[in-house]
Design a protein around this ligand. Sequence first.
Ligand code: IPM
Ligand code: MG
Length: 367
Amino acid sequence: MTNTLLILPGDGIGPEVMAEVRKIIDWMGARRGLVFEVSEDLVGGCSYDAHGTPLTDAAMAKAQSVDAVLLGAVGGPKWDDLPFEVKPERGLLRLRKEMDLYANLRPAKCFDALADFSSMKREVVAGLDIMILRELTSGIYFGEPRGIFEEGNERVGINTQRYTESEIARIARTGFELARKRDNRVCSMEKANVMESGVLWRQVVTEIHDAEYPDVELSHMYADAGAMQLSRRPKQFDVIVTDNLFGDILSDLAAMLTGSLGMLPSASLGAPMENGRPKALYEPVHGSAPDIAGQGKANPIACILSFAMALRYSFDAGAEADRLEAAVEKVLADGLRTADLTGPEGGTPVGTAEMGDAIVAALDASL
Ligand code: IPM
Ligand code: MG
C-alpha cells in the first residue's frame, strides 16, 4: 500500500516546525523503508494572501484523498481583522468538518526530563500520561443559529450548543476503545447541572458504556470541577472524553501540566476510508506563535510527535512511532532545550533546526 501524506505548514511557526518533520519523514523512507508520497499546500492566512480563502477547494479535495494530513498552525495578528468567513482558523475548521474528524486525541504526557518545567509541583505531574478525547465536529463551534444579529436597538451574538445522540455515541465509543488499550478508565465531562446538551451527553455515554463497554470504569464530572481536578491531581485520570468547547479549554490546561505547549501533539480521526485507514489530520496543539515566528526558536517536538501519532494511527507503524517517541525522550534527557523549555535546570539551549537534527541523530543511534 502506498502511504500518502498532505503537508499543510500554515502560518507563523508552522513552516519552521514542519521543516523538521520533513527530516523525520525522509529518515523513515531512507532508513526504515517507510516511504511517503508527500504533497504540500497552503492553509490559513498564507492561503488567504495567495488565493483570498483560508483553504482552496483544491486543497480540500487533496486532503480528502490522502491517507493523512499533517498541519502546522494557522493564524496571526496580520489576519485578525478579516471577516469571520475567511479568517485563517476557518481553513482548519473546514478541514475538520468536511473530513468529519469527530475524534480529537490530545495526549498529555509529562516527559521525566521536563517535570520541573511544569508550573505544577514535580510530584503532581511526574509520570503523567492522560488522554483528552475532544469531540471536534459539533457542539457550540458549529451549531445553528449562529451570528451577530440586531435585536431592538442593540446587537446580540449567538452560538448554539447542539449535540445529537449519535454524535455523542460515536465519541463515547472512541473513548472506551482508547481506554481499553490504556488503563481502562474513562471520565466524561460536561455541565449536566446547567445544560440540557450535558444531560443528554451523560445519558448517552452511560447507555453506551452499560450496553457495550461494561468492563471499562466510567465516571462523570462537571467540566468546571474537571478543570479543578486536572490542576489538583491530574494523575487520577486516564481518558477524559468531553465536548468541543470544554475539550478545547481542558486540553490547553492539560498541555501546561506537561511543561510546555510546545510538546503536545494531536490526532483528529474520522470514519475508516476504503483502504481501512481512518480519515485523519495530525497537528500540534500549539498555535502559530507569531511573536517568535521566523526566528528559529520554536519547539518542533509537538509537530514531530504529531507525525509519530500519524505513524501509529494511520500507517500501522507503531514500532516506528515508539522509536520516534524514544528519540524525543532521549534528546530531552540529554538536556537539549528550545526556548520554551529554558527554566531552572539549565540544559543546552538549541534552536528549531538543531532540535530536529538531534532527534534525527537519536533515530540513527537507535538502529
Ligand atoms: C485548537 C485551537 C482551534 C480550536 C482554533 C485555532 C480554531 O484552539 O485546535 O485547540 O479552537 O479548536
Ligand atoms: Mg485550542
